[in-house]
Design a protein around this ligand. Structure first.
Ligand SMILES: NC(=O)C[C@H](N)C(=O)O
Length: 327
C-alpha cells in the first residue's frame, strides 16, 4: 500500500460551530478529521502532518513559502508517494497556484478543503479528502504539478477559481472545465494540463500590490505604491486589458520608477492582449512596457510576480519570464 502525506493547514474542513459564539471556528484535530474518512486505511497509509489550523484568509505568501518547503521536505522521503494538503477555500486557489510554481517534486500534490463545516449536515470534508487521496494514489497523477480536487473534480491550479460563496460545486475552471473526475475511487483524466510553469526561486518580494480598475479610477492607488517603494503592481484592467486615461498615466509613472506592472483582466475568463490603441488601451500600455498576464487572475498574477521579483530585478527579464508560458 502507498503512503500519502496528509498535511493539515486549516480551513472550514477543520471547523465546527461553537455553541457559545454561535459561529464557526477552527476546532477539529487532525486525528478527528482522518477518523471521518471511512475505509481510508484499506486504501493508503496516511502520514499526517500538522502544519496549522489557519482559516484561508489568514494564509500569507510567506506561509505559502514555508508550506512549500515543508511539502518538499516530506516528499523527499522515498516511502511517501504523494501529498494531500487541506486548506481554507477562500485562498485555496492562491496557495495551490503558488505551490505549483514553487515545488520541484514530481510526486502528486493535491489541495482540497470543504465548504461545509463538521457541524453541518452534509459536511463535505471527508468526501473531498477521500477523492484527493485517491487522486494522489493514482499513477497517472505523477508529474502533473499541483492539482486541486473538490467535489469529485480535478482542476489545474492556474485555471481554477472559487465561484460561489456557499455551493459545494464552487470550484470551476470557467473557460476550460476540469482536468478530470474522481468517480468513486477511480481517477479519470479527460485532458492534459496546458503548461506547468516553474519558478526557480526561494524568496518572494512582498512589496507587490494588486489594484482593480473601475470607471473613473485615478492615480491615487498607484501613487501610494510608488511612495511605499513597491517593486511590482498587478492591475486588473478592463476587458481585453484596457484602463482609464488617468490610470494609464499612473502606470507610466510606476514604470518610470522601475516598478514591474502586470496587466490582467477583471473579466473571469479570457486573455489580455495589446489590441486597443486608444489612450489607456492594451496596445498603448504595451508600448509603455507593461507585462501581459494572459488569463491569470489578479491574485495569481501577484504571486507569480512576487516569486519572479524574488530572483530578478531586471524588468525586461521579468517580462520575458512572466510571459514565457502565456503567449
Ligand atoms: N470553506 C472554507 O474553507 C472557507 C473558510 N472561510 C476558509 O477559507 O477558511
Amino acid at each position: 500500500m502507498k503512503t500519502i502525506a496528509l498535511i493539515f493547514t486549516g480551513g472550514t474542513i477543520s471547523m465546527k460551530v461553537d455553541e457559545n459564539l454561535r459561529s464557526v471556528i477552527p476546532a477539529l484535530s487532525d486525528e478527528e478529521i482522518i477518523s471521518k474518512i471511512s475505509g481510508i486505511n484499506k486504501k493508503a497509509n496516511i502520514y499526517p502532518y500538522h502544519f496549522s489550523k489557519a482559516p484561508g484568509p489568514h494564509i500569507t505568501p510567506d506561509i505559502m513559502l514555508e508550506l512549500g518547503n515543508k511539502i518538499e521536505e516530506i516528499l523527499l522521503k522515498d516511502d511517501v508517494e504523494g501529498a494531500v494538503v487541506t486548506h481554507g477555500t477562500d485562498t485555496l486557489e492562491e496557495t495551490a497556484y503558488f505551490l505549483d510554481l514553487y515545488l520541484k517534486t514530481k510526486k502528486p500534490v493535491i489541495v482540497t478543503g470543504a465548504m461545509k463545516n463538521s457541524s453541518e449536515l452534509g459536511y463535505d470534508g471527508p468526501a473531498n479528502l477521500a477523492a484527493a487521496i485517491c487522486t494522489a494514489l493514482d499513477d497517472t497523477s505523477y508529474n502533473k504539478g499541483v492539482l486541486v480536487v473538490m467535489n469529485d473534480h480535478i482542476y489545474s491550479p492556474d485555471e481554477v477559481m472559487k465561484t460561489h460563496t456557499l455551493s459545494l460545486d464552487t470550484f470551476k475552471s470557467l473557460e476550460l472545465g476540469p482536468l478530470g473526475i474522481v468517480d468513486q475511487d477511480h481517477v479519470i483524466y479527460y485532458r492534459a494540463r496546458r503548461t506547468v510553469t516553474k519558478i526557480e526561486s526561494h524568496k518572494i518580494e512582498k512589496k507587490v500590490g494588486l489594484i482593480k480598475c473601475y470607471s473613473g479610477i485615478e492615480d491615487d492607488y498607484i501613487d501610494y505604491c510608488i511612495q511605499q517603494n513597491y517593486k511590482g503592481i498587478v492591475v486588473e484592467a478592463m476587458g481585453r486589458g484596457n484602463v482609464p486615461p488617468k490610470m494609464a498615466l499612473a502606470i507610466q509613472k510606476a514604470i518610470n520608477h522601475n516598478i514591474s506592472v502586470v496587466i490582467v483582466s477583471i473579466c473571469p475568463s479570457g486573455r489580455v492582449l495589446d489590441t486597443y490603441g486608444y489612450e489607456g488601451g492594451g496596445s498603448y500600455l504595451r508600448k509603455m512596457g507593461v507585462i501581459l498576464g494572459g488569463n491569470l487572475s489578479g491574485q495569481k498574477a501577484r504571486l507569480k510576480l512576487m516569486l519572479l521579483l524574488g530572483i530578478e530585478n531586471d524588468t525586461e527579464r521579468i517580462k520575458d519570464k512572466f510571459e514565457q508560458d502565456l503567449y
